[in-house]
Design a protein around this ligand. Structure first.
Ligand SMILES: *Cc1c(COP(=O)(O)O)cnc(C)c1O
Length: 341
């Protein structure tokens, strides 16, 4: 197979139009069969539900080439389930889970020349999403929806080496109790933009959000879950029903327990105890884990012993093991790798 002529190692994280995308429309109470199309643009009513009341949700996943030359994607069944959960909460019609996986596979197959070669560090980022395309002016769910999957190549996450992040404890809240923090809705991101822009202006990489009700418990950042490592090598992740259930984080917890033999805990994590952890990382599809070196709580600095120049040892082991599973160096748990071709 020919690959596109791209400098994979120097690709950034931005939209690049690829050849094909999958499109399916919901009308008169049902989804059509859907098809791959070349047109990367969308024409909808000016009064579409997504434009007026933000009725939309999305997923994010990757396709990449393993060492033995297969194109694979990682746990797409979990993205399918999570999108169904998002749809239910937003009064959108669920896209059948098998059809979701099928649409993702078709999109990757149709853009296989865009899947970066093994060893390049780059991946093909896959973005399934759904939005209300039908017009609404009174506040209610729309009658028509579109489900779409596109792919865009993205470069290696840690270009020029790993740089531990500096976070601030945010004064803005990400998710309300009993709100939408647990679903992957665009609206959660719209309201996080002011928080991230001001964080960057003040020299921070990310916001650490606390629970909105008491502001004592650690939740997550704008787009990644936390993993902490205790001084006796226990892997701890916050438990809360206002956190987005990251597939990377859930996979890393399994890796910690079953591959590395570490004790794991999913529990309430208080801001007060963060200073006692040995390592801290952010988990998500894009980076797998990014190490956090420092968290600043209104002038008070929490510096992790892992420091500002490298990943902590357990964070590194977790990352190497999960990326090893993804690249086919280490045997994957059953069902984790979906082979496309
Ligand atoms: C997508 C997302 C994550 C990461 O989830 P993955 O499934 O690991 O990519 C974490 N937090 C938020 C708020 C997200 O939207």
């Amino acid at each position: 197979m020919e690959k596109k002529n791209i400098d994979w190692a120097n690709l950034g994280f931005g939209y690049v139009k690829t050849d094909k995308r999958f499109v399916s429309n919901y009308k008169d109470g049902k989804w059509d069969d859907g098809a791959l199309v070349s047109d990367a643009t969308i024409a909808i009513s000016e009064c579409a539900g997504v434009l007026q009341y933000s009725q939309a949700c999305f997923e994010g996943m990757k396709a990449y080439t393993t060492e033995d030359g297969h194109i694979v994607t990682f746990r797409p069944d979990l993205n399918a389930q999570r999108m169904e959960d998002s749809c239910k909460r937003l009064e959108m019609p669920a896209f059948p889970k098998e059809s979701f996986v099928d649409a993702v596979v078709k999109t990757i197959e149709a853009n296989s020349e865009w899947v970066p070669p093994y060893g390049s560090g780059a991946t093909l980022y896959i973005r399934p999403f759904m939005f209300a395309s039908g017009p609404v002016i009174g506040v209610k769910p729309a009658d028509e929806y579109q489900f779409r999957v596109f792919a865009t190549p993205v470069g290696p996450y840690f270009k020029g080496g790993v740089k531990p992040l500096t976070l601030r404890v945010s004064d803005f809240d990400r998710a309300a109790p009993n709100g939408t923090g647990h679903i992957k809705a665009g609206l959660n991101y719209a309201m996080s933009l002011h928080a991230i822009v001001t964080a960057h202006e003040e020299g921070f990489d990310e916001n650490m959000y606390l629970d909105a009700a008491t502001r004592t418990k650690v939740e997550e950042t704008g787009g990644a879950n936390f993993l902490f490592v205790t001084k006796d090598n226990k892997v701890v992740t916050p438990k809360s029903n206002t956190i987005l259930p990251s597939i990377t984080r859930r996979s890393l917890m399994t890796v910690a327990k079953d591959y590395l033999g570490l004790e794991i805990e999913e529990r309430t994590v208080y801001l007060d105890e963060v200073k006692d952890f040995a390592e801290c990382g952010l988990c998500g599809t894009a980076a797998v884990i990014s190490p956090v070196g420092k968290i600043v709580d209104h002038g008070k600095e929490i510096c992790f012993p892992s420091g500002m120049s490298d990943m902590g040892p357990i964070t590194k082991k977790l990352r190497d093991t999960l990326t090893g599973i993804q690249m086919g160096h280490i045997e994957a748990p059953k069902g984790w790798l979906k082979i496309i071709k």
